[in-house]
Design a protein around this ligand. Structure first.
Ligand SMILES: Cc1cc2nc3c(=O)[nH]c(=O)nc-3n(C[C@H](O)[C@H](O)[C@H](O)COP(=O)(O)OP(=O)(O)OC[C@H]3O[C@@H](n4cnc5c(N)ncnc54)[C@H](O)[C@@H]3O)c2cc1C
Length: 450
């Protein structure tokens, strides 16, 4: 078999590359050992529940993100998050504080003490500083003060990155916020000058799997997707590459030749993947790429069993609270169709870099933790009507002090081997939209350069 581009990994990153190639009339073969497409996307649809135990929503930055979804034929399937879900809660001193996306809301929410608020307001007067590799925690403390760092930045990092702010690199994790200091001398002034935030949160009528299915359908117009297959022994072959494909079910083999290869396999799988010793040697910095475990517990309750009004997107927990639940989303408040009439859906995250052992506790212990913490934070009483538990042994790649060196190693390898490309959540942003946006751009570049 001969194809233009072979893409390893049928997660959002790989599918986006394949869809862009297909839109340009180019042929691709997407290979994934899993028995389904979508990677970390996990949608369960049963008895009126639409439950995500992977990514719940997409954050669109601008119209081009929306256009991408329309290009996948999803125009009528997109659900905008309800406006009330713009409110997010932060747990502090045992109480949930609701924050709207405005600086005034931070100042009036009661989250920060009067001194903490004054220190935050002084941010425009803090001189530029920092150094290469500064951590998220150090940046936040330096610019916003210790209290805002602990109560605002910390929960975002542990909730979104499942990470430890004392170990993550600010410029790699939040490049646009980091740039504001360099460009405007102040994050707050930079945000004000940048103007109103037009970000939109969206989901899909049938859940996130619908996104993966739609991308897969675009790929299939000119290309092919092989789930349940693995590529072994990737070899340089003249100007291109050859790989042996092996089918999981029966060990059947097939040889594929291609001009280019795109790797979207997560780095912690590269050792089992198709690289020979020489390529693995060049990728050595990636052997230490950390991706902590996360366990997701989604629960369906009768509405009266939850005392909290659930009038927001969910809550996040700062490390200083000493809780086990990193955060809890309120999916049935954010999007329609997530729970049957009269019921609510909650989705809790446990583990991450700071508490990996919590994610690995057995089901009974995890359930006990979630029971206890939801009772305290949301006034949940009684047992859930439904429950879904998903364990991610390696959830989200951590952009720590070594991330820049790791990225430089890929840059070097790609300039040495222009027909070999790497793309995925391990590079250029951990979010679904970043994986898709980057995949689309890469697919277009590959389509343009035969
Ligand atoms: C619990 C959780 C919640 C999240 N929530 C959100 C959210 O709400 N919003 C958001 O924007 N992002 C969220 N994310 C992040 C989002 O899921 C990722 O950005 C996205 O999945 C990255 O896509 P990817 O294709 O790079 O990787 P993945 O989705 O991990 O896909 C990688 C693919 O590679 C395949 N693979 C593995 N080994 C091989 C091999 N040897 N050969 C070929 N293929 C292989 C895997 O089977 C998989 O299909 C969340 C992630 C997790 C884990």
């Amino acid at each position: 078999m001969k194809v233009d581009v072979m893409i390893l990994g049928a997660g959002p990153a790989g599918l986006a590359v394949g869809a862009a190639l297909s839109a340009a009339g180019r042929q691709s073969l997407v290979v994934d050992p899993a028995d389904r497409t979508g990677g970390s996307i996990r949608t369960v649809r049963e008895d009126g529940w639409t439950v995500e135990t992977g990514p719940n929503t997409l954050q669109l930055e601008d119209e081009s993100d929306l256009a991408l979804l329309h290009g996948y034929g999803l125009g009528d399937e997109i659900l905008e998050a309800r406006s009330e879900s713009a409110k997010r809660f932060i747990l502090s001193r045992g109480r949930l504080h609701g924050l709207r996306p405005s600086p005034l809301s931070i100042l009036t929410s009661g989250l920060l003490s009067p001194l903490g608020r004054l220190r935050l307001l002084a941010e425009p007067f803090i001189r530029r500083g920092g150094h290469a590799g500064e951590t998220v925690a150090a940046f936040a403390r330096r610019r916003f003060g210790a209290e805002a760092a602990a109560r605002l930045m910390d929960p975002v990092v542990s909730g979104v990155h499942a990470g430890d702010p004392d170990r993550l690199d600010m410029s790699a994790c939040f490049p646009s916020v980091h740039r504001l200091e360099a460009e405007h001398g102040s994050v707050i002034l930079g945000l004000m000058r940048r103007g109103k935030n037009r970000r939109r949160i969206v989901g899909f009528r049938k859940g996130m799997q619908q996104l993966a299915d739609a991308m897969a359908a675009v790929v299939a117009r000119t290309g092919e997707i092989r789930t349940g297959w693995k590529a072994a022994k990737l070899r340089r072959d003249g100007q291109g590459w050859t790989a042996r494909l092996i089918r999981n079910a029966d060990g059947a083999e097939e040889e594929v030749r291609c001009d280019k290869v795109v790797i979207t396999i997560p780095p912690w799988k590269w050792k089992e993947g198709p690289f020979d010793e020489s390529l693995l040697g060049k990728l050595a910095p990636w052997t230490r790429c950390e991706a902590p475990p996360v366990t997701v517990v989604a629960r369906g309750y009768d509405r009266p069993a939850v005392a909290h009004p659930l009038d927001g997107f969910g809550y996040l927990t700062p490390g200083e609270e000493g809780r086990r639940v990193l955060g809890c989303l309120f999916p049935s408040s954010a999007l329609p169709g997530r729970a049957p009439e009269g019921k609510v859906l909650l989705c809790c995250f446990l583990g991450g870099s700071r508490q990996p052992a919590v994610a690995r506790r057995d089901d009974a212990e995890i359930k006990g933790v979630v029971d206890r913490e939801l009772a305290e934070t949301l006034g949940v009483s009684g047992k859930p009507e439904r429950e879904w538990i998903q364990r991610w042994e390696q959830a989200i790649p951590q952009y720590d002090h070594d991330q820049r060196r790791r990225e430089a190693c890929l840059d070097a390898l790609e300039s040495e081997e222009p027909s070999l490309r790497f793309h995925g959540a391990f590079r250029g942003g951990i979010s679904l939209m970043q994986a898709m946006r980057g995949g689309e751009a890469l697919g277009r570049r590959l389509a343009g350069a035969r």
